[in-house]
Ligand binder design. Structure first.
Ligand SMILES: NC(=O)c1ccc[n+]([C@@H]2O[C@H](COP(=O)([O-])OP(=O)(O)OC[C@H]3O[C@@H](n4cnc5c(N)ncnc54)[C@H](OP(=O)(O)O)[C@@H]3O)[C@@H](O)[C@H]2O)c1
Length: 253
């Protein structure tokens, strides 16, 4: 049976909360009575989201020392951190005719090392308390290789694997781990996309799905349902058929 967590009164830190899913989630959680701390690089945007009702902690997730200091500052303000939502992320298309390792480095630094730094900044205190929930916002893009997603998809697949290993290792320590895989969500990240984005949902809808997942302490949250069914099924499509299928779809576009 799934445990049920009280969001009201919980101390929750959301990274990447200056826009999109993180901002909507911070508002949703604050509306449900949580003490919310929010982070990202753009302080003016964080202040807007907070509206004076959240703790604002600007930080770049790629900077390990700054992340450790940010977590300390939030623990001092709240007396502890019950839930961390590691949501900060970046997305850029890879072009095979303009292969650039810097694009990969940026994705790895933000999407992967950002999560690793986030875990490092909360884990010792959670281990000591034998309690806590670590939520990682990955993506269904981590399930299969998608066009132009060589950098982003790699980091999302790595996040899914990292969180799964962590869940196993933390089980006996009383710390829970949740993997969130959204489909397409309407945010700053997707507004530049020119390709079709089936089943796209609003950031507010995404926030509600994630908040419900947190409340139920689910190990995995995937939404929306049609995208979950599509991408979970896609995992079983043989490699040769997957390549042919996507090339045909790209040619049709
Ligand atoms: N939108 C989708 O369709 C979709 C689907 C699946 C998964 N996701 C995932 O959901 C998460 C949120 O994305 P979103 O769609 O809400 O995009 P978004 O609106 O662009 O938000 C990204 C957030 O990450 C922050 N961020 C980026 N680099 C950072 C850094 N170095 N340090 C600290 N914060 C940083 C940004 O804030 P600053 O620029 O102020 O630092 C912003 O708050 C990402 O992990 C993304 O991969 C999105």
């Amino acid at each position: 049976m799934l445990a049920v967590m009280r969001i009201a009164g919980s101390r929750i830190w959301v990274t990447g909360a200056s826009s999109g899913i993180g901002a909507a989630l911070a508002r949703e959680l604050e509306g449900r009575g949580a003490h919310v701390a929010i982070s990202a690089r753009r302080k003016d945007k964080l202040d807007e989201v907070a509206g004076g009702r959240m703790h604002v902690e600007p930080v770049d997730v790629t900077d390990k020392d700054a992340m450790l200091a940010a977590a300390d500052s939030i623990r001092s303000a709240f007396g502890g951190i019950d839930v961390v939502v590691l949501n900060a992320g970046a997305w850029d298309q890879v072009r095979v005719d303009r292969w650039d390792s810097e694009v990969f480095r940026r994705h790895f630094d933000v999407n992967l090392m950002g999560v690793v730094h986030g875990v490092e900044s909360v884990l010792p205190a959670m281990l000591e308390a034998r309690a806590g929930l670590i939520v990682g916002i990955a993506s269904v893009a981590g399930y299969r290789g998608l066009p132009n997603s060589e950098a982003y998809g790699t980091t999302k697949a790595a996040q899914i694997n990292l969180l799964e290993s962590l869940r196993v290792d933390l089980r006996r320590h009383g710390v829970k781990v949740q993997t969130v895989c959204p489909g397409f969500v309407k945010t700053e990240m997707t507004e530049r996309n020119t390709f079709p984005m089936p089943f796209i949902v609003s950031a507010e809808r995404a926030a509600r799905e994630i908040a419900e997942g947190i409340a139920k302490e689910k190990p995995e949250v995937v939404f929306p349902l049609p995208m979950m069914l599509l991408m979970k099924t896609a995992r079983f499509v043989p490699v040769a058929a997957w390549g042919a299928l996507l090339s045909r779809a790209a040619r049709r576009r």
